[in-house]
Design a protein around this ligand. Structure first.
Ligand SMILES: [Fe+2]
Length: 344
């Protein structure tokens, strides 16, 4: 057997308003069944030949495998989430919740609302740490299959009917209240402290431009919206731009191979943002050239497509602007950025 049963983490006789009978039934019948079924499916998958087995069969088995594996993981977390008094948050846990939710009451109200929203249907309410964002989030799942990619759940509330019906009947709100009274915050803290050790996914790093100042599309949008002056230069290669139909609204296109011919149009009193198609070499190299010439230049992370991805306004790229190095350079006016682009 690949997967082993985990011992019951909480001590059922210590729980407040949740009986040992309910926990025993849940552990034996639901968690136990998930683990046994998971092992059966795992054995089935290992025995088949993926080269000759119908794809639909493999798809079904793998889908069930994920659901059962998640079920075992979440049930183990659920049993570990119980056993405390629900009220006493360790200082570090309270700080983390305050950072990401505001007052603990706000976290609690949202968590309970999610549970009530799930009442009558299968699913979980989870408090999950997301290493990419270095923050906690409450969320639900509609079944065992869903999960937050890369997230590490640290607290779990089982809202399947089997988790409460035996004792609370058709009153899930009473069950949710009982769960909240029994949260074991010390264990949640331990899991949180383990979760924050997980490194976020690797960021895109261009080693040759590691020291070059950059700016995000969100920051540029914020500058424009607040009326801060900024000179935005689209330096997509000419061969690319002649096929392009749109340009970031307020930007001007300039030929990256003819910087010397247009650098004199720029003001050193205002920041410059340069970008290319995806934010790789050309926008960076242009920013390097401009910085060497004494400009406050940064490259736009993600380039033209990152701007499109946040639905930043676009305008038509006119052929005339591609006829030379580009034409009139001017400051961006905030009102130019406010209208939605007709291209979007
Ligand atoms: Fe369950």
């Amino acid at each position: 057997m690949r997967y082993k049963i985990a011992p019951l983490f909480c001590r059922p006789w210590t729980l407040n308003g949740i009986s040992p009978r309910l926990i025993e039934s849940h552990y034996e019948n639901d968690y136990g069944n998930a683990l046994r079924s998971l092992n059966a499916i795992t054995a089935e998958l290992e025995a088949l030949d993926p080269a000759t087995t119908p794809a639909a069969v493999i798809h079904r088995l793998k889908r069930d495998e994920v659901a059962l594996l998640n079920s075992t993981l979440l049930h183990e977390l659920y049993f570990a989430s119980l056993g405390g008094d629900g009220r006493t948050l360790p200082e570090l846990m309270a700080q983390a919740i305050a950072r990401d939710f505001g007052p603990v009451k706000r976290w609690r109200d949202e968590f309970i609302a999610l549970a009530h929203g799930l009442a009558g249907g299968p699913g979980w309410v989870l408090l999950t740490y997301v290493p990419r964002d270095a923050r906690l989030i409450n969320h639900t799942t509609a079944g065992h299959e869903q999960s937050l990619a890369g997230g590490i759940p640290i607290l779990a509330l089982d809202m399947y009917e089997h988790a409460y019906h035996l004792e609370f009947g058709a009153n899930p709100a009473a069950y949710v209240a009982a769960f909240m009274r029994n949260i074991e915050w010390d264990i949640a803290l331990e899991r949180y402290q383990n979760a924050v050790k997980v490194e976020p996914p690797p960021r895109l790093i261009q080693k040759q431009f590691a020291d070059l100042p950059s700016i995000t599309v969100e920051e540029v949008k914020g500058m424009i919206g607040s009326g801060k002056p900024v000179q935005i230069i689209d330096t997509r290669p000419r061969h690319y731009s002649t096929r392009a139909h749109e340009i970031m609204q307020g930007a001007v296109w300039r030929d990256p191979e003819r910087v010397d011919e247009w650098i004199g149009e720029l003001s050193k009193a205002e920041p410059v943002v340069t970008f290319c198609v995806y934010g790789f070499h050309i926008g960076c190299e242009t920013a390097v050239t401009l910085r060497k010439a004494g400009f406050d230049a940064r490259y736009l992370v993600g380039g033209h497509y990152a701007w499109k991805a946040i639905k930043g306004p676009l305008t038509l790229l006119e052929d005339t602007s591609l006829s030379g190095t580009g034409r009139v350079m001017r400051r961006i006016q905030p009102e130019e950025q406010s209208a939605d682009s007709p291209l979007e």
